[in-house]
Design a protein around this ligand. Structure first.
Ligand SMILES: Nc1nc2c(ncn2[C@@H]2O[C@H](COP(=O)(O)OP(=O)(O)OP(=O)(O)O)[C@@H](O)[C@H]2O)c(=O)[nH]1
Ligand SMILES: [Mg+2]
Length: 334
């Protein structure tokens, strides 16, 4: 029973970077993974691409042959993939039980109101994949109340269309501070508990009370479903990646299985035992990336330098011991 992540999100939200980071992180903790590119417009992938949809169809070809622009082109290309889905099924067979990260295209309609991607995901489920959707949304949207409402709606719509275990993730959290002070603490945005507090800020941003009723209705709609919440991610930060992978493992059932057999390494056990939870609470994340970002950056650099010096010292000692061993065996031999 192979596991897989379907990485979706609007253009530029960090999907390909996330796939590269997660692939690297997984290999560092002893988990085998493959990255499959499903974006026909992805001409330079920042990861070793195990299977590439561009071998089947590319955006340039579709645009040239059908006189389409880039947006229509991507939709057409995905319909082409849906029609030739056996190409994908056959390509995936070579990976057996390996964990797969699918890097998806960024066109929003593909995961809000178009069926091809959904149908392709259904085919993957039929192949036995345990899927989790990772929906990345750029955290800079938190700096504007109306943009925040937009990402809530996008997240809700994709959850309803795709109908799979689904984790919404605020990406690029390391940049959040540079977008100016937020109206609320981070947990207000991640927990989506009482959106009525947002209403005065929305009216202020819109510069007119005429949308008040509409704003209220949208907030009630999102809260009424009670589905949307967010995790956070700074892709270069190990604690952030650890926490997110644990959430994904629980959502997809990986955490409860025996996918890695009895010979679990220390990292595998640590992941199962929720090691990252100690560093993963939203209050900690707010402190790390918003309230005291500079202090934490400095602390981490100093800690890394200290570790580096210790590693170098250990390496020198080991070299010296090896040289001494060699000398004494030479003397014995001579
Ligand atoms: N600071 C920071 N930058 C990031 C992070 N994740 C992604 N980026 C940057 O955001 C930009 C876009 O990232 P991509 O991974 O190409 O985004 P994408 O969603 O694959 O984009 P499309 O394929 O065009 O839809 C790149 O310059 C990345 O380096 C992050 O966590 N922090
Ligand atoms: Mg990409």
């Amino acid at each position: 029973m192979p596991f897989a992540q379907l990485v979706i999100g609007p253009p530029g939200c960090g999907k390909s970077t996330y796939c590269a980071g997660m692939h690297q992180f997984m290999s560092a903790i002893g988990r085998k993974s493959q990255v499959v590119n499903l974006d026909p417009a992805n001409d330079a992938t920042p990861y070793p691409c195990a299977l590439d949809v561009r071998k089947l169809v590319t955006l340039d070809e579709v645009m040239d042959e059908n006189g389409l622009g880039p947006n229509g082109g991507i939709v057409y290309a995905l319909e082409e993939l849906e029609e030739n889905v056996e190409w994908l099924e056959e390509g995936l067979m070579q990976f057996g039980q390996d964990y797969i990260l699918f890097d998806c295209p960024g066109q929003v309609e593909l995961f809000t109101h178009h069926n091809s991607l959904r149908n392709i995901f259904t085919k993957l489920e039929k192949l036995g994949y345990r899927l989790v959707v990772i929906h990345l949304l750029d955290s800079h949207h938190l700096a504007s109340p109306s943009q925040y409402i937009s990402i809530l709606l996008t997240a809700l719509r994709s959850m309803l269309l795709l109908n799979l275990p689904h984790i919404n993730v605020l990406s690029k959290l390391d940049l959040l501070k540079s977008h100016g002070p937020l109206d609320f603490n981070l947990d207000f945005y991640t927990e989506v508990q009482d959106l009525s507090h947002l209403l005065p800020f929305l009216s202020k941003e819109q510069g007119s009370p005429k949308f008040e009723k509409l704003n209220e209705a949208i907030c009630e709609l999102v809260e009424g479903f009670g589905l949307v919440g967010f995790e956070t991610l700074a892709v270069e930060d190990k604690a952030s990646m650890t926490h997110l992978l644990q959430v994904i493992d629980r959502a997809g059932g990986y955490a409860f299985g025996e996918a890695e057999g009895a010979g679990d390494g220390i990292w595998t056990v640590a992941m199962r035992e929720k090691w990252g939870e100690a560093v993963g609470g939203v209050a900690d994340v707010q402190e790390r990336w918003v309230d005291a970002r500079e202090e934490y950056d400095r602390f981490e650099v100093e800690r890394e330098e200290k570790l580096e010096k210790e590693r170098e010292k250990e390496w020198r000692m080991k070299r010296r011991e090896e040289e001494e061993d060699l000398e004494s065996s030479d003397e014995e031999g001579g």
